[in-house]
Design a binder for this molecule. Structure first.
Ligand SMILES: Cc1cc2nc3c(=O)[nH]c(=O)nc-3n(C[C@H](O)[C@H](O)[C@H](O)COP(=O)(O)OP(=O)(O)OC[C@H]3O[C@@H](n4cnc5c(N)ncnc54)[C@H](O)[C@@H]3O)c2cc1C
Length: 431
């Protein structure tokens, strides 16, 4: 017999569901459990380098923006580990990604009573007014669920047939064991992960490449825009203004905000520039080391048993170029994929014209089940909630929105952010 039903089952324990789990501690009347297939918390370990930095303030942790008194804050983690004074003396506004991972792992240990690791979810169905969540350890039931299964690597179509030890996405196990010594290496993608792979390859993390090229569609390596008016996109007030737009308008606006979320960390660019200067102009490194801007990978073919030809469109000179590579590392980002665990209820879920979930404002999706049985989804709503969705900036606020909706009472303050200084007007309502 299945155990007593929960009010909420969270599927996946990345930072987003972990934030929800931590903030749910203030609502003991709501029973919950969170399930994760991995043995313990980790954070994109394949692309966790020594020099990987957070792009967001440590104050935007799992809980602080909505509950600075929570025991699960980054500051409490520092105090618990006796690091508070020394941390302050580092004078840093942002922390390493490794530190954020350590903090999340610490929270996951504190919440051990409601987190189950090594518990992959294989299917979710709905029966008798309850979600039936099939896991590797048996069946669990709940009134509502929250999908927090993360994004999947985006692979250019032309690279798909060649995936393996020499052509792979940066977030894959291949990166850890690759040997780049003497090889001709091409990295595709100029986002933060792309330049981190490029810099680590430059500094010989996987052996010293014979040549190293980074291909990016961008105009150059472009800095993250962290200026104050841009940062106001990451406020509840902005989400509120954005919410009422049409899907087309939302897509246009999100595309125009690219550098607010996908730019390169400015200090990292400075370090990389200095590394290039030192290697080329001080140490006299003669290898081919280039950053190829305005280039888009359009074709990839195998030329020899261990060699590939890449065709690139150059949008600066409007011409096509070719190059050879022994190893191609795709830093081509991530995308949403509706998890197959939802297949048993897929026919009951409403999707938009692009096959994406249709969201309500409190992060539950439209489906034809009873209104009290909610399917929340975190990190699936860039097209509905906007630029904030894949970022940690508003994750605590979003968790609070979900909890207030689930509890049907305002456990957390979520409506308090004042209007932004930049004014977008007032939406006219036509009668
Ligand atoms: C390299 C990198 C760096 C980033 N840096 C920043 C940053 O500095 N600042 C920022 O704001 N954002 C950053 N982001 C964006 C965002 O914060 C992260 O992607 C974040 O990890 C998203 O959290 P998540 O909980 O949605 O998903 P994930 O962290 O991907 O976690 C999803 C979890 O679900 C589990 N899972 C999946 N399917 C199942 C299943 N069927 N059963 C059980 N478990 C399952 C997975 O094993 C995984 O642990 C970064 C993203 C990447 C990729």
């Amino acid at each position: 017999m299945a155990p007593k039903p929960y009010d909420l089952i969270g599927i996946g324990i990345g930072p987003f569901n972990l934030s929800l789990a931590a903030l749910l501690e203030k609502a003991p009347e709501l029973t919950s459990v969170f399930l994760e297939r991995k043995p313990s918390f980790d954070w994109h370990p394949e692309v966790m380098f020594e020099d990987s930095l957070m792009q967001t303030s440590y104050l935007k942790d799992l809980v602080t923006p909505v509950d600075p008194t929570s025991p699960y804050s980054f500051l409490n983690h520092l105090v618990d580990r006796n690091l508070f004074y020394q941390f302050l003396n580092t004078q840093r506004g942002t922390i390493a990604r490794r530190e954020f991972e350590q903090y999340c792992a610490w929270v996951s240990q504190k919440l051990a009573h409601k987190l189950q690791f090594e518990t992959a979810v294989s299917a979710v169905s709905f029966d008798g007014g309850l979600f039936q969540v099939q896991t590797a350890r048996g069946l669990l039931q709940s009134r509502s669920i929250c999908i927090g299964t993360g994004l999947v690597p985006r692979i250019p179509e032309c690279a798909e047939p060649h995936l393996g030890p020499r052509v792979f996405h940066a977030k894959s196990p291949e990166l850890k064991n690759v040997n780049l010594e003497g090889k001709s290496v091409v990295i595709i993608g100029g986002g933060q992960t792309g330049i981190e792979v490029f810099r680590n390859a430059l500094l010989g993390k996987w052996g010293h490449p014979g040549s190293l090229r980074l291909v990016t569609r961008r105009k150059s390596l472009e800095p993250l825009d962290e200026s104050p008016f841009t940062n106001d996109y990451f406020t509840p007030a902005y989400v509120d203004a954005f919410w009422g737009l049409t899907l087309d308008k939302k897509a246009q606006i999100v595309a125009s905000q690219k550098l607010a979320s996908d730019g390169n960390t400015p200090n990292y660019l400075l370090d990389l520039y200095n590394d290039l200067y030192r290697l080329k102009h001080v140490e006299g490194d003669t290898r081919e080391i280039r950053i190829l801007a305005y280039r888009k990978l359009v074709a990839l073919s195998k030329t020899g048993s261990e060699n590939y030809t890449l065709k690139l469109e150059n949008a600066f000179y409007d011409q096509t170029e070719e190059m050879r590579a022994d190893v191609v590392i795709l830093s081509t980002g991530f995308q949403n994929a509706i998890p197959s665990i939802l297949d048993p209820i897929r026919g009951r879920i409403a999707f938009d014209h692009e096959g994406r979930f249709q969201f309500k404002k409190c992060y539950d999706i439209r489906w034809d089940g009873p209104p009290e049985n909610k399917i929340y989804a975190l990190n699936f709503s860039r097209h509905n909630h906007g630029i904030i969705d894949p970022q940690t900036s508003l994750m605590a606020w979003r968790s609070a929105v979900v909890i207030n909706d689930l509890a049907q009472r305002p456990l957390y303050k979520t409506e308090s952010s004042p209007a932004n200084f930049v004014d977008y007007g007032t939406k006219e309502t036509r009668s």
